[in-house]
Design a protein around this ligand. Structure first.
Ligand code: SF4
Length: 240
């Protein structure tokens, strides 16, 4: 059964240009210092479980008002019943955006083979050589992420209409030089690359990161300009 620990019946922020419901799965295999879902990752058992049937019932009621549903986490691709759950959403019918850290290329491959997500969204945290340290993972796990990215790069629009990469501009982990490397590595021209302000006033996995400075607007603009040197399709979100 899907391990859901959060549900938003509607949101304007999670899928560009769409009103979408959002479900959050509990648990993640990574430990990123500035994770914005600290409780969902490390302490999800303290959050009430939400039955998939309850979510499905709400979605059926509201489907005329929704453009889609976003499945995020935590890390949704760790859920054994993910594929089945997305098939059920298709029956409503509701298009699905799946957000993932890319750690499970076998699941990504299956999702693409079955043409299940309308949008595949990757949390793009760092260039390959920095990712292991940032996310607390091994070199083999970094290679798995690269494999997932390659699958997305090779996927035709008929297989998955939208591909997104999301990067949080946390000054401790991303600067102009690092972002330039990320821009070169991205190499997926049709993807939307969303750069978002780092929210420093929420609970985080690493208490030392919480509360650290954010970039001012001018520097966010400069970072977006760096990204746009290599990648045309960049969206900058200034945040609160
Ligand atoms: S930021 Fe994403 S990948 Fe990293 S710990 Fe949080 S949920 Fe997991």
């Amino acid at each position: 059964m899907m391990n859901f620990r959060g549900f938003l019946p509607s949101s304007f922020n999670e899928w560009e240009g769409r009103v979408a419901a959002v479900v959050f799965t509990g648990g993640c295999n990574w430990r990123c210092a500035y994770c914005h879902g600290a409780r969902l990752v490390a302490d999800f058992a303290t959050l009430p479980a939400i039955a998939p049937e309850k979510i499905a019932a709400t979605l059926r009621q509201k489907r005329d008002w929704l453009d889609g549903i976003v499945i995020t986490g935590g890390e949704p691709t760790l859920q054994p019943d993910l594929i089945e759950f997305i098939r059920e959403l298709h029956a409503l019918p509701l298009p699905v955006k799946l957000s993932t850290n890319g750690s499970q290329p076998a699941v990504v491959a299956r999702l693409l083979t079955e043409k299940l997500p309308a949008c595949l969204s990757f949390d793009y945290k760092a260039p390959s050589e920095r990712l292991a340290r940032l996310a607390g993972i091994t070199a083999a796990e970094v290679a798995a992420v690269r494999e997932s990215y390659d699958l997305a790069r090779q996927a035709a629009p008929e297989t998955v209409a939208e591909i997104e990469f999301h990067t949080t501009l946390c000054p401790r982990y991303v600067n102009r030089e690092i972002l330039a490397t990320m821009a070169r590595e991205l190499a997926c021209p049709r993807a939307l690359w969303i750069l978002q302000q780092y929210e420093n006033d929420i609970e985080m996995l690493d208490a030392k990161t919480a509360g650290t400075d954010r970039y001012p607007r001018e520097e966010l603009d400069a970072l977006a300009a760096v990204a746009r040197r290599e990648h045309a399709n960049v969206l900058l979100r200034y945040g609160k």
